[in-house]
Design a protein around this ligand. Structure first.
Ligand code: MN
Length: 329
């Protein structure tokens, strides 16, 4: 039996399924996780969607977002636990213990690295989003995709493809998107909710951070920093600068962009690359992870030290990259 069919069979007989997103959840893991939750409930099962870090403001429009739990009762054991994009169980954050107590652990992922912690694995590195894998899983469960599920799945696709702009925008992703639109979801509506509800303070923070922009390695690497002073001056929350690295990558000649947020003894590094430069390898060397073109890490240390380390790693990856290799997030 192929892995996805086995997972469908396991989920159909599950008495209570726990669906766990990774820490710092994005639109793909939340959209895919919520979609699966709706599908299992439509079959009469119990399903709880959990995220240790809750739901970011920009994704609270997702159907079911208000019911996402951040904590579980101590000692509670789900029948089946499904992790969504957790390369290791530590990516579940404080929900790890509950996942470990499940009778069966299922991992669904499309990242380059997946540790062998699950009993059943749906691992498709060619998927633009795990939403693609979950869409197929839902069909195999025999559930027809209604508007609620379609909105969740289309959000997964929209966010992981950068609204269908990244190199992972395949014909398969677009065909699924077309199908989801026919079922009542709207790209325009999702783009508006996710990308066009910024606060003025978020844009001010971006403005402060952009003034720190420097180019390195013959203009191939762009770096900008976010300091506590910038956060205080703008009144923005750190996560409101999440688009900074992607913006830096748009500079002509830049192949790797990084933003470094000084979170007081801990530096949050966000990396975006193109032209085959492996952002994930830089992130992994810093103790983080991600996709080839979109990755990140949280590194203990000072801004200066972490920047120096990241720039050294960047130089190595620039040399290793094939000049014309297409990249995908
Ligand atoms: Mn994803």
């Amino acid at each position: 039996m192929d892995p996805r069919a086995a997972i469908a069979q396991t989920l159909r007989s599950s008495t209570h399924t726990l669906i766990v997103c990774h820490v710092g959840p994005d639109g793909d893991c939340l959209g895919a996780g919520l979609a699966l939750g709706w599908a299992l409930r439509s079959l009469g099962g119990l399903a709880t969607v959990a995220s240790a870090d809750g739901v970011p403001t920009s994704l609270r429009f997702l159907p079911g977002a208000a019911d996402v739990v951040t904590d579980l009762p101590p000692g509670w054991a789900p029948d089946v636990a499904v992790t969504v994009e957790c390369s290791g169980l530590d990516r579940a954050g404080r929900l790890e213990a509950a996942v470990r107590r499940a009778r069966v652990i299922v991992a669904i992922d499309h990242h380059a690295d997946l540790q062998p912690y699950a009993h059943l694995v749906d691992w498709d590195r060619s998927a633009a989003a795990v939403g693609e894998q979950v869409a197929d899983l839902i069909l195999r469960l025999g559930v027809s995709i209604d508007r609620t599920i379609a909105v969740c799945l289309l959000t997964a696709l929209v966010t992981d493809t950068g609204a269908f702009r990244y190199a992972n925008t395949t014909p398969r992703a677009l065909r699924l998107a077309a199908d989801l639109i026919e079922r009542g979801a709207s790209v325009h509506g999702i783009v508006r909710e996710v990308y066009e509800q910024q606060s003025a303070s978020a844009l001010r923070l971006l403005g402060h951070a952009l003034t720190s922009l420097t180019l390195h390695h013959d203009g191939a690497v762009a770096v900008a920093v976010i300091t506590p002073g910038m956060l205080a001056a703008s009144g923005a929350r750190p996560e409101e600068a999440s688009g900074l690295a992607a913006l830096l990558r748009t500079v002509t000649g830049v192949r790797l962009a990084m933003s470094l947020e000084d979170a007081g003894g801990m530096i949050r590094v966000s990396l975006r690359s193109r032209d085959g430069v492996r952002a994930d390898r830089v992130a992994r060397a810093l103790g983080g992870g991600g996709h080839p073109a979109a990755a990140g890490a949280e590194v203990p240390g000072t801004l200066e030290d972490v920047m120096r380390r990241a720039l050294d790693l960047a130089a190595h990856e620039l040399r290793a990259a094939m000049p014309d290799e297409p990249s995908s997030p």
